[in-house]
Design a binder for this molecule. Structure first.
Ligand code: LLP
Length: 382
């Protein structure tokens, strides 16, 4: 819930901007941290979800590691003080420059997604006279039952090495003198709300790791990726995701070997609900069959509705008038620049403050300057 004192602060600011509720962030961190400890799971925060430095500070102070997907994320995580031996580097297309940077920083491990990538990493590690730890990202062909644009673990997706290529990988492993395979990595998609999906993932991971054991390869750590969804429909009622049910599934169904470490790379579930995009209504325009509430935020600030047809709850923070129905749209010259059709809001006027909720993950990080838009600094409240 956005407090009245926060709304007073919003009144004094130029819009649009991101607002982060640090109390909620801390509460979410406490929840995931204490449960992870209970289950003996390690958390690496997925920096891509929100790489805002104020947010990263909280995650670093919580003792989480960092899961990065670019050289710049690796660099930022190290600069922000995440211990280098807690930084993982994933991604299908790591360039030589990015790999070299990560090798120089001595990060914990590379999540490798193809045999060619392992070959290149091996050469670059040899040139730096280092041995790079790797976790092999395997495409488990498990359906995450989420939006197709954020599904990553099916055969048709570009992510991970296909199971059919595993025999060749194992055969060639002894060639790679400067990489050491220590882990297996899986990430099947994001915004997963059907918990049965995670049970299916565990069962597939068990089969795959048994196959490695049968082929003489013992695995020190399993990385199950991220993906736990948040409740976009009820951000106030379900402000902290159900980490307990999520971890319980892995604890019950994953066959963990003796002394094996289990990692998760959570992004959205930790930072999603603490952020809102705050905007002002510029005009109300009567269309033929609808009223448009035209706000000063657009798809440039929050791209998710335009890209994935995603729903974000819209609150009018400054009106308590009678309910009416609006299409809430941004100012950008694209018809996809629409935050919601037929949205019920209290009577909405020019100058009202609007909050687009649950925007803490994949919001600010995905902004663009299309139409040469200004970018305002975020606001943080405790
Ligand atoms: N690990 C890997 C390898 C990933 O690719 C991702 C997200 C995560 C972890 C973190 O997943 P999370 O816990 O946040 O679900 N822009 C999209 C989401 C893209 C997710 C990319 N990968 C959206 O706005 O829904």
């Amino acid at each position: 819930m956005i407090s009245n004192s926060a709304v007073e602060l919003f009144q004094q600011r130029e819009t649009p901007f991101y607002h982060y509720d640090l109390t909620l962030l801390k509460g979410t961190i406490d929840s995931v941290k204490s449960l992870a400890k209970q289950f003996d799971f390690d958390i690496h925060y997925a920096v891509k979800a929100n790489s805002n430095e104020r947010i990263l500070q909280e995650l670093r102070d919580a003792g989480f590691g960092a899961d990065c997907v670019s050289g710049n994320e690796v660099k930022l995580a190290a600069e922000m003080g995440f211990p280098v031996d807690s930084i993982l580097f994933a991604g299908v297309g790591k360039t030589d420059k990015e790999i070299n940077l990560a090798l120089e920083l001595n990060i914990k491990a590379f999540n490798c997604e193809s045999i060619q990538e392992v070959e290149v990493l091996n050469q670059l590690a040899l040139a730096q006279d280092k041995v790079a730890e790797i976790a092999l990202r395997i495409n488990p062909n498990v359906d995450a039952k989420t939006h197709k644009y954020i599904t990553t673990g099916l055969d048709e997706n570009k992510f991970g090495i296909n199971q059919i290529d595993l025999p060749e990988f194992i055969l060639r492993l002894p060639e790679f003198s400067n990489v050491k395979l220590t882990g297996l990595h899986f990430h099947i998609g994001s915004q997963i709300t059907d918990m049965k999906v995670f049970k299916g993932l565990c069962l597939r991971v068990n089969e795959i790791q048994n196959w490695f054991a049968d082929n003489g390869v013992q695995i020190e750590h399993l990385n199950l990726g991220g993906g736990l969804g948040i409740d976009y429909n009820s951000p106030d009622k379900n402000s902290i995701p159900d980490f307990k049910t999520y971890f319980t599934i892995f604890s019950e169904f994953l066959e963990r070997k003796a002394n094996q470490k289990v990692h998760f790379e959570l992004g959205r579930s930790i930072v999603g609900q603490c952020g809102s995009l705050i905007s002002r209504v510029v005009f109300i325009k009567k269309g033929l069959n609808t009223s448009f509430a035209i706000v000063d935020a657009g798809m440039t600030e929050l791209m998710r509705p335009a890209l994935y047809q995603s729903y974000h709850q819209i609150d009018n923070l400054t009106s308590s008038g009678e309910e009416a129905v609006y299409d809430v749209v941004g100012p950008i010259c694209e018809s996809t620049d629409c935050f919601g059709k037929a949205v019920k809001l209290p009577e909405t006027k020019r100058g009202d403050l609007i909050a687009l909720r649950s925007a803490g993950a994949y919001g600010e990080v995905m902004t663009s300057r299309y139409n040469l838009r200004d970018q305002n600094e975020p606001l943080y409240t405790n």
